[in-house]
Design a protein around this ligand. Structure first.
Ligand code: ADP
Ligand code: MG
Length: 595
C-alpha cells in the first residue's frame, strides 16, 4: 500500500479508541466532566452493559450554548491554557479529548443549561456529525446520553466482553469516584434498577460502607498520616481505611488507590499497601483498602496515559514509603473506630505470625454427596471384586482412571492407592474438589437441586457486586442449594444453604463463597461451582476412614478430568512400576543379581 494521509474520520476513530476503550471508559469520562463542573449530584444510568445506553446527569455549571461546538471538538478544553498548566493540574479532565472521542463512536445527545443562561440547549451528535442546536428547557446542569456505543466501530464492538463484565467495570468506576468524592451524591442505576447510592455526607466512611458492605467495614481500620517533604513546607497525606491483618481476600481487587482524588492503578502503590502487612498476611492474601494519597500537584504527573489511570511521581520512593508507613502503623497499632471489635483481639499482638484462619476447617466432617450406598461398605474390597462393581457404580459414566485400591492415608492429607500401573498418591483436598465439581455439573445438567439445610434467622450483607452476582445467578445458586431473599437494599435472608456446608457457620459460608467468585471471569458459572467445591471439600489434615477414601477414589475414577482439580492443580502423583523399579535401581544388572 502506498503511503497516504489518513482521513479525518479515520484519525478521529483512532484517537477515540485510545480514550474510549469500553463502556466503562465513557462512564469514567462523563463522571469526571460532571465533577469538574462542580456537580453535587451525579446520576448514572446504564442499560445493556452500557452498550445500549449510558446516561450521566449532573447539576454542575452546565455548558454555555455557544461553547457546545467547541466542547465536542478535539483538543478543546476549558481547563487548560498553556503547557505550563500541565504541571499544576487540579481538574480531572484537561486533554479535551473525551467528548470528541465519545461522540465520534456513538449516538450522543447533550442536553445542558449553563447556570447563567435562561434557556437550555440540546444537540445530537452521531458518529462525530453534529446536528443542529435546539433550544430546550432544562434545569442547570448537563445530561449526556450515549447510545449505541461503537455502532460505527464494529471491530471494537467485537472485543467487548459480556454484559456482566462491562457492568462490573462500570460499577467499579462509579464506586471509585464515589469514594474519591464523598461530598457528591451518586446514584447508579442499571437496567432500571438502583445499584448503588451515596449520601453526599462528606464522610469517606459512609461511602466505604456502601462499597464494601457493613460487615467488611466493621473489620477495617482508619488510616491517617501526614509527612512533611524535607526542605519544603509541603507534605504528603495518606488517609483511608484498610482491613485488619486477619481479614483479607485472595486477590488485590479490593485495593482502591487514589492520588489527589484521582483513582489510579499503580502496582508500586498497591505493593506499598500490601507490604505494610508484611508478615501479617499469609502469602497470596491481600487486604481490603481504600487509600487516598494527597501530594502537592506539581509532585505528580497525571499526563502519562490517555485514560489517566497511571501517574508518575517526581519521587516515587518517597510516596511509596509514606504510604507504606501510614498503612503499617494503622495495621500494627489500630487506634481504630471499632473499639468493641478490637478489644476481642487486642491481646493477640499484631506481630504474631499469621495462623491461617481456615485451620478450624480441618475439624470438618468429611462430606460426600449421597450416592447410592449399595456397594460402599466393604472396607476389604479387592481388585477382582471391583471389576464387577464397575457396572453398578455409577452406572452411566465411563471410566477415566484404572480401578484403584485404597491402601491408606498419609499425613492426613494424601490417599495411597495401588493400581495396575503402579502406585498413586492422591491429594484428598484436590481430588475431593474434582469429585464435587463433577457432581455439581451433573446435577445442574439434570436440573436437580442439591440437598439443603435451613439456617435459623440468618442474614448477610453484601456489596453491590455481590448483589449483581446473586441477581444474575440466582437460578444456579438455588440449584446448588443456596436460596436468598432480598431483605433490604444490601441485605439478604439466607433461606437455605447446601447441606454440604453443614459444618460451617451459614452466613460465613455464604459470604466466603460469594466473595471468592470472580464475577468478571470468563465463565462465572464455573467460578461458582469451583469455589463451592473448594469451600466444602475435605481439607488436608482431616483423617478419613477407609470407606470415605474408597468412595472418593471410586468417584474420581469416573470424573471427566480426574488428573486435575478445578483450579488446575494435580489430583494425584503416579509412580509407575517402571519408575519405582528405576528408582530402586532394580534395572541395573548389578542389583538384579543381588535380588
Ligand atoms: P476535558 O474534560 O479534558 O476538558 P472533555 O472533552 O471531557 O475534555 O470536555 C470538553 C469540555 O466540555 C470541558 O472542558 C468542559 O468545558 C465541557 N464539559 C464537558 N462536560 C461537561 C459537564 N458535564 N458540565 C459542564 N461542562 C462540561
Ligand atoms: Mg473530560
Amino acid at each position: 500500500m502506498p503511503i497516504q494521509q489518513l482521513t479525518e474520520d479515520v484519525i478521529s476513530k483512532i484517537a477515540a479508541g485510545e480514550v474510549v476503550e469500553r463502556p466503562a471508559s465513557v462512564v469514567k469520562e462523563l463522571i469526571e466532566n460532571a465533577l469538574d463542573a462542580g456537580a453535587e449530584n451525579i446520576r448514572i444510568e446504564i442499560s445493556g452493559g452500557g452498550r445500549k445506553l449510558i446516561q450521566v446527569s449532573d447539576d454542575g455549571t452546565g455548558i454555555p450554548a455557544d461553547e457546545i461546538a467547541l466542547a465536542i471538538a478535539r483538543h478543546a478544553t476549558s481547563k487548560l491554557r498553556s503547557a505550563d498548566d500541565l504541571f499544576d493540574i487540579r481538574t480531572l479532565g484537561f486533554r479535551g479529548e473525551a467528548l470528541a472521542s465519545i461522540t465520534a463512536v456513538s449516538r450522543t445527545t447533550i442536553l445542558t443549561r449553563h447556570r447563567d443562561e435562561e434557556m437550555g440547549v440540546q444537540v445530537k451528535i452521531e458518529g462525530g456529525r453534529s446536528g443542529p442546536l435546539k433550544p430546550a428547557g432544562a434545569p442547570a446542569g448537563t445530561v449526556i446520553s450515549v447510545e449505541n456505543l461503537f455502532f460505527n466501530v464494529p471491530a471494537r464492538l467485537k472485543f467487548l466482553k459480556t454484559d456482566t463484565t462491562e457492568k462490573r467495570q462500570i460499577s467499579l468506576v462509579v464506586m471509585r469516584y464515589a469514594l474519591a468524592y464523598p461530598t457528591v451524591r451518586f446514584i447508579f442505576l442499571q437496567d432500571g434498577r438502583e445499584q448503588f447510592r451515596t449520601t453526599g455526607s462528606g464522610e469517606l466512611a459512609d461511602v466505604v460502607v456502601r462499597v464494601f458492605g457493613l460487615d467488611v467495614f466493621k473489620r477495617m481500620i482508619e488510616v491517617r498520616a501526614e509527612e512533611k517533604l524535607r526542605g519544603t513546607t509541603e507534605s504528603i497525606a495518606v488517609r483511608g481505611f484498610v482491613s485488619e491483618a486477619d481479614y483479607n481476600r485472595k486477590d488485590r481487587s479490593r485495593i482502591y488507590l487514589f492520588v489527589n482524588g484521582r483513582a489510579i492503578q499503580d502496582n508500586s502503590l498497591i505493593y506499598a499497601v500490601t507490604q505494610a502487612y508484611h508478615r501479617l498476611l499469609p502469602r497470596g492474601q491481600y487486604p481490603y483498602a481504600v487509600v487516598m494519597v494527597d501530594v502537592p500537584p506539581r509532585f505528580v504527573d497525571v499526563n502519562v496515559h490517555p485514560t489517566k489511570a497511571e501517574v508518575r511521581f517526581q519521587d516515587a520512593n518517597i510516596v511509596f514509603s509514606v504510604v507504606q508507613r501510614a498503612v503499617r502503623s494503622a495495621v500494627v497499632n489500630p487506634h481504630q473506630l471499632h473499639q468493641a471489635h478490637r478489644d476481642q483481639q487486642s491481646t493477640g499482638g499484631w506481630s504474631v505470625p499469621y495462623t491461617p484462619h481456615d485451620a478450624s476447617d480441618s475439624q470438618m466432617e468429611f462430606q460426600l454427596p449421597d450416592y447410592d450406598d449399595a456397594v460402599s461398605d466393604t472396607d476389604k474390597r479387592h481388585r477382582q471384586q471391583r471389576q464387577t462393581d464397575d457396572d453398578k457404580f455409577p452406572p452411566e459414566k465411563p471410566r477415566t482412571l484404572p480401578p484403584l485400591r485404597v491402601i491408606g492415608q498419609v499425613g492426613a492429607a494424601y490417599i495411597v492407592a495401588e493400581g495396575p500401573a503402579g502406585m498413586y498418591l492422591i491429594d484428598q483436598h484436590i481430588a475431593h474438589q474434582r469429585v464435587l465439581v463433577d457432581y455439581f455439573l451433573d446435577s445442574v445438567a439434570d436440573e436437580t437441586t442439591l440437598d439443603t439445610l435451613t439456617p435459623e434467622a440468618c442474614t448477610i450483607q453484601v456489596d453491590a457486586e455481590q448483589r449483581d452476582l446473586i441477581d444474575e445467578y440466582s437460578v444456579l445458586l438455588s440449584m446448588l442449594g443456596l436460596t436468598l431473599e432480598l431483605f433490604g437494599t444490601d441485605t439478604y435472608r439466607v433461606q437455605s444453604v447446601p447441606a454440604l456446608a453443614r459444618n460451617q457457620e451459614p452466613a460465613e459460608f455464604v459470604l466466603k463463597w460469594l466473595t471468592a467468585v470472580d464475577a468478571g471471569a470468563e465463565d462465572v458459572q464455573q467460578e461458582i461451582l469451583h469455589h463451592l467445591a473448594r469451600i466444602v471439600s475435605v481439607k488436608s489434615g482431616q483423617v478419613l476412614s477407609q470407606h470415605e477414601m474408597q468412595e472418593m477414589v471410586r468417584t474420581l475414577e469416573r470424573c471427566d478430568t480426574p488428573l486435575r482439580g478445578p483450579f488446575g492443580q494435580p489430583t494425584l502423583l503416579h509412580m509407575s512400576a517402571d519408575y519405582l523399579q528405576h528408582e530402586f535401581k532394580r534395572n541395573k544388572p548389578a542389583s538384579d543379581s543381588a535380588s
